[in-house]
Design a protein around this ligand. Sequence first.
Ligand SMILES: [Mn+2]
Length: 363
Amino acid sequence: MGTEIRYDPNAPADSSAGIFGLPFRYEDSKIIYLPVAWEATTSYGGGTVHGPESILNASSQLDLFDLDVKDPYLQGLHCLPLNPEIKHMNSEAKSLAEPIKESLGDVHNNSALQANLKRVNEFSAKLNQSVHDQVMRILKDQKIPGLIGGDHSIPIGAFEAASKVHGTFGILHFDAHSDTRNAYMGFTDSHASIMRNAANRIPDITKFVQVGIRDFCEEESEFTKSQGGRFEVFYDQKIMEAKLAGTPFSKITDEIIKNLPEKVWVSFDIDGLDPRFCPHTGTPVPGGLDYSEAIYILKTLARSGRKIIGFDVVEVAPPLNPDGSPLEPLQASDEWDANVGMRLIYKLSALSLATNGFAKWQG
Ligand SMILES: [Mn+2]
């Protein structure tokens, strides 16, 4: 570290400090979080636009000791400020998208809706460019980007930046949904299309390994099958059947990890977990991974010698009032979704630091 920052990890966090109660600035940090408050195309329950703020608030509760990685926080963890322009753009895009969602994306013979759709898609393109540019800067500064959503449409610009800096890589994708729909409801950059868009736009992504998938349509199943082995889908039902039949989870995990190339981006939709870990996420589906199973898969990935080049954690949402506004004041029990999300982010940060040689493994 270039500056002298005195910090006592055993003391309670100072809530006025940065993420996880830490004092680090951009220039002192190896992990840079980019919060993206965006849910323009969210189709079901909203609220993930408040994900970054709720995660930031909950993060001061974390104890920084990690069983796997030695003092990850000493490498500096810094969260960039929320961009007010994106928040504003999100509100505008959301209200334009509303009547399109009500018509279930049927904009034929309706020129007003077609105009709305065009503008929403333009806003999405603008968001992607902004995320791309910021992640490009983070990568060029030899730091590791961690995106905090927002809905699952947000990381496409980051994938593009990563391909420019790192060349080929794979995506380890946790999700209840396949996210390979073709322009869901007409939205080019729908949260439900992120992996299809990534596959179509970024040839450098050589492998998509999807875990926990349990809500998908025939079009998506056809698409992943048509990609000539580029997609490996570990459906939730198959994972659970193997588990119930007595296959050790370590063996299931090895099967998942062995498909990935040397460099890996982790794209973690919180709804890949059992909904008891994310009760307020927009599109919850029963089943899913236990928190500790997801951590086990991530640790196995990190211990396999592969490098985590970046990650996103998306679709974390706090409980809301009926009118969609955040609860105020927030009770500790309302922080549950964000509590899970911030712990996942810290673990991903620790493992990323270790796999990039910035931090050491514990003993
Ligand atoms: Mn998703």
